[in-house]
Write a protein that binds this ligand. Structure first.
Ligand SMILES: [Zn+2]
Length: 52
């Protein structure tokens, strides 16, 4: 615990709510290879903007 993330709307530092499903960004095919970027998306709960 103790992780803090800025609200995407206001930039206010907020306690981490949770992580959304891991998102996978698929990049354009390069030759025969597929490139993927994996990253958990942090979510925060903002008093003004709700869960983001
Ligand atoms: Zn906010």
């Amino acid at each position: 615990m103790g992780e803090r993330w800025p609200c995407p709307e206001s930039g206010q530092a907020l306690a981490l709510f949770d992580h959304a499903e891991e998102r996978v960004w698929r990049y354009l095919d390069r030759c025969a290879f597929h490139t993927f970027l994996h990253a958990p998306v942090p979510r925060v709960e903002c008093p003004q903007h709700g869960k983001l």
